[in-house]
Structure formats: C-alpha cells, structure tokens
Design a protein around this ligand. Structure first.
Ligand SMILES: *[C@@H]1O[C@H](CO)[C@@H](O)[C@H](O)[C@H]1NC(C)=O
Ligand SMILES: *[C@@H]1O[C@H](CO)[C@@H](O)[C@H](O)[C@H]1NC(C)=O
Ligand SMILES: *[C@@H]1O[C@H](CO)[C@@H](O)[C@H](O)[C@H]1NC(C)=O
Ligand SMILES: *[C@@H]1O[C@H](CO)[C@@H](O)[C@H](O)[C@H]1NC(C)=O
Ligand SMILES: *[C@@H]1O[C@H](CO)[C@@H](O)[C@H](O)[C@H]1NC(C)=O
Ligand SMILES: *[C@@H]1O[C@H](CO)[C@@H](O)[C@H](O)[C@H]1NC(C)=O
Length: 460
C-alpha cells in the first residue's frame, strides 16, 4: 500500500513536469485481449451477454491523460478505466484503459475503437477491433395479408419467417408439428383452403441448439354452406310434434334461422338456432319452411338456404265457428260462417238447422249452404250458411260438422232471434213461406253476387 501511494505521487509530479518540459512521443497504442496483442483488423468472436475485457495500451511515453472508447459512433468510455504505471528502468510510463463491456447482439459486426490523446499528437491515435457476436435465434413472423385482416378461403396468403441469429440459421416451417416445404422462409398459398388452417410454427437448427417460435393459428374463414339438406316433405299428425334440423358449415360458425315461406318472395322468421321444434302441430302449421345459415367473413355477409321443407298436416277435422253467437232479426237474413280444416278430405260435411241436414252447395227452404272456399292455409276452408229470412223457429243451435277418415268435429252456433220492427216483419211475412219459389229465385241471384244484392234484396 505505501508503495502504491508513493507511485501516485510520482505520477502527479512527473505529469506537471511533463507539460512544462520534455515530452517524449508515445508509441502507437495497441489492443490487448486475453494477454495477447491484437493485430490491426483483428476480429474478436464472443457470445451474447459475455463480458468483453479489452485493454488499450500505450507504452514509452509520458503519462496519458485520456483514452476514450467508441463502438462505431457510440461513446462507451464510461465502461473504461484508465491506469498508468511508471517503469523505472525505462524512465517511461505505461498507460492503459481497461474496458469491460457486457456484449449484446447489437454489437455484432461493429468496430470497437480506442482513441488515445497525447499532447505531442495533433490527432488522437487509434486502435480498433471488429466484433463478431454469436447469438441464438429470434423469430419474426409476418404475413400477407397483414395480421388482423381476416384470411378468407381462396386468398393468396404468404407466411414469412425471418430468423435473426449469428451464425445465421435457416427457418423451417411446421404445420401441426409436421415440416412444410418453404423457400427462404416463405410459405406461400396461392389459393388458401380450409384444410390449410392450423397451428404454424417456425423453427431452426442452430449452433446453440434447436429453437422454435411461438405457435400461430392460421384461421381460414369461409362462407356458410348447407352440408345436409332437410327432408323434402314431412308428414305430421295434428297434435304431434315436428323436429327439423339444419346442418351447415362455415368459419366463423354460422348462425341459423328457420323461416316459414309464405310466398315466393316473402318469408317469415320463426326461430333462431339449428333446430326447429313445432310442438302440438295444427293445420295452420302446414306449409313450407326453410333454414337460412349465415356468417360474416371479413366484411362480407354470406348466407345459404336449405331447400323448402313441406310440412303436411293430417288428422281429424277441426271445425271453428266464426260467429259463436249470432244476433239475428226475425224477417231479415242471417249469414253464418264456419271454418274447417281437414286432411284427408272430409267424406261428410253438413249443416244441421232445425230438422234439416244441408250440405255445402245445397239450397233448401230458404237456407243456402254455399260451396266451400279454400283458405290460405292448406286443407282449410270456409263455409257459409245463409238464412234468407230468419224466423223465430230458427233460434237456437245451428250445427256444422265435418267427418273424415281420422275423426269428426263440429261447431255450434247459437242463433239469438230478436223481433224486428213492425214494417220489416210485415214485409218478411209477406214474402216468406207464401212465395217459396220467388224466394228461391232471389236466393240464387244472391248466390251469384251476394253483398250488393243483399241490401238490394232486403230493401225491396
Ligand atoms: C449483461 O446484461 C444482461 C442484460 O442486462 C444481464 O442479464 C447479464 O447478467 C449481464 N451480464 C453480466 C456478466 O453482467
Ligand atoms: C465520452 O464519454 C466520457 C465519459 O463517459 C466523456 O468524458 C467524454 O467527453 C465523452 N466523449 C465525447 C467525444 O463525447
Ligand atoms: C524498457 O527498456 C528495456 C530495455 O531498456 C526494454 O527491453 C523494454 O522493452 C522496455 N520496456 C518497455 C515496456 O518498453
Ligand atoms: C411468396 O410470396 C412472397 C410475397 O408475395 C414473394 O415475395 C415470394 O417470392 C414468394 N415465394 C415463393 C417461393 O413463391
Ligand atoms: C260473423 O263472423 C265474421 C267473421 O269473423 C264477421 O265478419 C261477421 O261480421 C260476423 N257476423 C256477425 C253477424 O257477427
Ligand atoms: C239473446 O239476446 C238478448 C238480447 O241481447 C239477451 O238478453 C239474451 O241473453 C240472448 N240469449 C242468448 C241465449 O244468448
């Protein structure tokens, strides 16, 4: 320790003398690595995160005031430490800067230079070395189209893997762990299909070992498509239930909608989801149905439809009075409507008024049973009974019944008669029963164009 202190003292004194008096020019600096003098243009090979210890030495001079270090243009002098030693034999000084630098891959292929400044030199003298930094691979994966843009079936897609490593190492693509043929890191799909979807990973065999990137899932979208058509026709008994299922494929998973086809171009949504369940089927449920599957691929909306499914409803007749209770005025006409549905077709359907049994299409004693009119619902009809002049005896229950192979049903209409004002009853008694033939004629006329003629007939 005391010797050291003495030496420092000498350094300071000599320094002062050095400036004012004799200045011997130093020798050119050189770099010392692992106790070996490096030749000009030398290359040092290191691993990343290794600490480089390098000396920049100047001999035979008065003490050196400053040695600076630069890595290309970056000042790294703060990592260096200046030392000076007096060599009594030569009466000169040995100066060196000890650089200790934690190496990163960014230093690869860069030049590390020390600048030694001495008052006898106009310019600092330099000594340099090139660095060769060995580092393990890092992967960068890019894609055309860019990430975030949905990949749709049929597109051109290019996956690219860049491996940054020293020594350089070649990328190898794996799809679901099996190697893929690629050139220069490119995995190109001129027409991508759903089969190309999967986990992709870039790997490399490097000096430091085997490395792999994160797995990347390539999702290939495609529009909804029906994969299985539902049956063309479904037959259901009234009261039973019907289940239909829609089978579609697509990425993203399609959403489903079941609809009822009302007309050629009018459909009515009746439920979402793959399955359509109709509970307790009625005649009203008969008709055409279809399923629509849709998804959105990118900014495009795609939908696919099944063919129409015809639901045919069969069962015993269902008869519904359209007027349950009808208030009729004696002497005036009354019109009664009934709706019925029957599949198979009825083999019997009758009105029962008082003691009379009247079938649609018949006219008897002032009672006109109109022909059946088909309604919008398949197998459903409307029938009407016209009583030309209501008499008090008509009051009470009027029945309409329908019978088919599967059963029978009826409707009961209650006819409630009120007495009309004198003049009208007078008028009605005149024409009713006394002139049946005329009445029959008038009823026929009315059948041809009832509505207008009704008021005409009543007014006369
Ligand atoms: C070098 O730097 C890295 C990152 O800062 C650090 O993890 C490592 O321990 C350092 N190495 C040494 C020898 O200091
Ligand atoms: C380099 O850095 C050192 C200290 O870290 C500083 O003293 C010196 O002036 C710097 N040199 C240049 C040229 O910036
Ligand atoms: C000091 O001088 C001796 C001979 O005088 C020489 O051999 C030696 O290389 C010199 N030392 C240095 C560091 O130059
Ligand atoms: C793959 O596609 C990219 C981008 O279009 C192109 O630069 C590259 O040359 C293609 N590579 C091959 C092997 O086709
Ligand atoms: C009978 O029902 C039909 C259909 O609901 C209706 O249009 C008609 O006005 C009703 N008749 C009477 C007299 O209530
Ligand atoms: C018939 O109509 C009258 C008057 O509106 C009413 O008081 C009576 O309860 C009705 N009768 C029936 C059986 O509906």
């Amino acid at each position: 320790m005391p010797r050291m202190r003495k030496r420092i003292w000498i350094v300071v004194v000599t320094f002062v003398i050095g400036i004012s008096a004799d200045v011997s020019p130093p020798e050119e600096p050189y770099l010392d690595y692992e106790n070996k003098r490096l030749p000009q243009g030398a290359i040092i090979t290191l691993k990343e995160w290794q600490v480089l210890i390098l000396k920049c030495v100047t001999e035979n001079s008065s003490p050196i005031r400053r040695i600076q270090w630069f890595l290309e243009t970056t000042n790294v002098s703060s990592h260096g430490k200046l030392f000076t030693e007096f060599l009594p034999g030569n009466e000169t000084y040995l100066s060196w800067s000890l650089l200790s630098l934690n190496i990163t891959r960014t230093f690869d292929r860069k030049e590390l230079v020390c600048f030694v400044s001495h008052e006898s030199w106009a310019q600092p003298a330099t000594a340099g070395v090139s660095l060769n930094v060995l580092y393990g691979p890092t992967f960068s994966i890019s894609r055309i189209p860019g990430f975030g843009i949905p990949v749709i079936e049929g597109m051109f897609v290019s996956l690219r893997c860049d491996v940054d490593a020293n020594p350089p190492s070649d990328p190898l693509w794996l799809k679901d762990e099996s190697p893929q043929v690629s050139t220069e890191g490119y995995l190109n799909f001129t027409f991508i299909t759903r089969e190309h979807a999967g986990w992709y990973k870039c790997t490399t065999e490097h000096l430091f070992g085997y490395f792999g990137s994160f797995g990347y899932f390539l999702n290939v979208r495609y529009g909804a498509e029906i994969v299985e058509e539902p049956p063309k026709e479904v037959e259901a008994e009234t009261g039973s239930s019907v289940d239909l299922e829609c089978q579609a494929d697509g990425k993203p998973i399609p959403s489903y909608c079941w609809a009822r086809v009302r007309d050629a171009d009018r459909i009515e949504g009746i439920g979402t989801g793959k399955k359509l369940h109709l509970d307790h089927v009625h005649y009203e449920d008969a008709g055409r149905y279809k399923c629509i599957a849709s998804n959105s691929i990118g900014y495009k909306y795609v939908s696919a439809q099944t063919r129409d499914v015809k639901i045919d409803v069969k069962g015993k007749p269902e008869v519904t009075p359209l007027n349950r209770t009808l208030l009729a005025i004696a002497g005036k006409s009354a019109l009664i409507f009934v709706r019925y549905c029957s599949n198979p077709r009825p083999y019997r359907s009758h009105w029962i008024v008082r003691h009379l049994v009247i079938s649609p299409g018949e006219i008897r004693f002032g009672y006109t049973a109109y022909n059946v009119t088909p309604l919008a619902t398949p197998n459903c009809f409307r029938v009407a009974l016209m009583i030309s002049r209501v008499s008090p005896e008509d009051g009470g229950e009027i029945l309409f019944f329908v019978k088919n192979r599967k059963g029978i049903d009826d409707a009961v209409i209650l006819l409630n008669i009120t007495q009309a004002s004198y003049s009208i009853s007078e008028c009605s008694t005149n024409s009713w029963r006394t002139q049946d033939a005329i009445l029959l004629f008038i009823t026929f006329a009315m059948l041809a164009a009832w509505g207008e003629s009704k008021s005409c007939f009543l007014g006369s």
